[in-house]
Every structure is written in C-alpha cells, then in structure tokens.
Design a protein. Structure first.
Length: 246
C-alpha cells in the first residue's frame, strides 16, 4: 500500500480546499492530509460541517482512500473516507480550541486497506500516553496531522526532538505532516519503528507537496524485528494518581 503524504496549502473556503484535494492525481492508494485540511483551520473560528456535506460525498465518489482532517459537528476531527466513513474527534484540545470545539472522548485506530492506523492530532503527539495507547490498540502506523503556525517554532527542530521517541518506545511507524499557506509552516517527516528518520520534506515556499511512502515494504521490515520494550510493561506497578506538575 502506497501512501501519498500531503503538505497541504489550505484556506478557509471549503470549496477551494475540496477542489485542490480533488486535483491531486497521485499514483497511490491513500492520500494523507494534515489537520482540518478540508474545512480550513483557525483556532478562533468553528467552521464545522456535517458528515453528509457535499464535499465529503464528492470525496467518497473518487476511487481513493483519504485520511483527512475536517471540523465535523463542533469537533476537530480526522476522517478515513472511502466507500464508508470512519472518524476520530480530537480528544485533547489546545487552550484556544477549547473555547470553540467539543473534545472527543475516545482514541481511534482506523483499518485502512488492512493496515491499522492510529491518529494523534497536533498537540496529542506531545502526550506519550496517547501514542502508547494507540499502539496497544494495534496501531502499526501513527499519523500525526498538524495545523501548526510559524509562531509555534520550526517543525523539523521540534519533531526531531520527540517523534523518534514515540516511534522507538512503541515500535511503531510515525508520520507527521503539517498545513502550509498563510501562517502555517508546512513539513512532512516520517520515522521507522526504531526512531530512524526515513522521509522528510521542509519547504519554505507555501505550496502543496506530496511525498510517497510504501507501507507494505516497511511492514515487511518490521516483521523481521523483535518487538522492543512495550511488551515488557508491568502496568500494575505504574502510578494511577495524577498530580499537577510544574
């Protein structure tokens, strides 16, 4: 299965975003987009649509699997669109997001053409428990879609600090991709189950770019490697009482 990872130049017009998505004619099985790529992202604007919106129906009519962000029914959501629709509502919201959006209350692993794909949206990538839980739910790949502006720092510098740990600790492939255009900084970065960088693209020019990655080939490599420390956990020993940290 070939993934097309999209650094997507978004705007706040759903029809324009849809048109740009439909124009991508890549020779891949699945196109993967950042957070809120379909509806556009602003932390001070809830531009939600419903699942029966014409834009989603238009994507369903294509012979393609889409992993794509959109604001659905008051949630920041991520969807697997094919002949059927599966979706995840972002469960951990940013401070500004909390004023407009509702949090989801469960984590999600999609079955995408036989590959188990977990989703951690933007801020959720920073919380180790989420990646570990997705792995324990069976995820082979964790997609981390972002809507991070320039003011939040250089994506490569930040991602290269902690995403290798998410991959290595959980013996899982990690793929991060960001919006571009206007204030967004773009970027695509992927790590293998050993925390080694296997694919990266960073472009200062705010344009849509697509990088391809062969998941089947990666899964074959993974089968030859013993699962690391996640199988040696002893959850009964770990603290369950949380304290406010400083």
């Amino acid at each position: 299965m070939k993934l097309g990872l999209v650094q997507f130049k978004q705007c706040m017009d759903i029809n324009d975003n849809l048109s740009n998505i439909l124009q991508l004619q890549e020779d891949v099985d699945v196109l993967v987009f950042p957070e809120s790529a379909l509806t556009g992202y602003r932390s001070d604007c809830d531009n939600s649509i419903t699942l029966d919106h014409s834009s989603i129906r238009a994507l369903q009519e294509k012979n393609m699997h889409y992993l794509l962000g959109a604001n659905i029914d008051g949630h920041i959501s991520y969807l697997h669109i094919s002949d059927q629709i599966d979706l995840y509502h972002k469960s951990h919201l940013g401070l500004k997001e909390k004023k407009l959006f509702k949090p989801g209350n469960e984590l999600k692993v999609f079955d995408v053409k036989g590959v188990k794909v977990g989703v951690a949206l933007c801020i959720e990538s920073h919380i180790p428990d989420i990646s570990q839980t997705l792995r324990l739910m069976g995820a082979e790949v964790i997609i981390m879609p972002f809507a991070s502006p320039h003011v939040c720092g250089d994506r490569y510098d930040l991602w290269s600090k902690y995403l290798p740990a998410r991959a290595y600790d959980n013996s899982v492939y990690v793929i991060a991709l960001n919006l571009t255009g206007d204030k967004f900084s773009g970027g695509i970065l992927a790590y293998d189950y050993l925390g080694n960088e296997i694919l990266g693209h960073f472009d200062r020019v705010p344009c849509t770019r697509v990088l391809e990655i062969d998941i089947d080939a990666l899964r074959e490599r993974r089968k030859k490697h013993k699962v690391n420390y996640i199988n040696r956990r002893r959850p009964e020993l770990y603290r369950k009482d949380d304290h406010e940290l400083y």
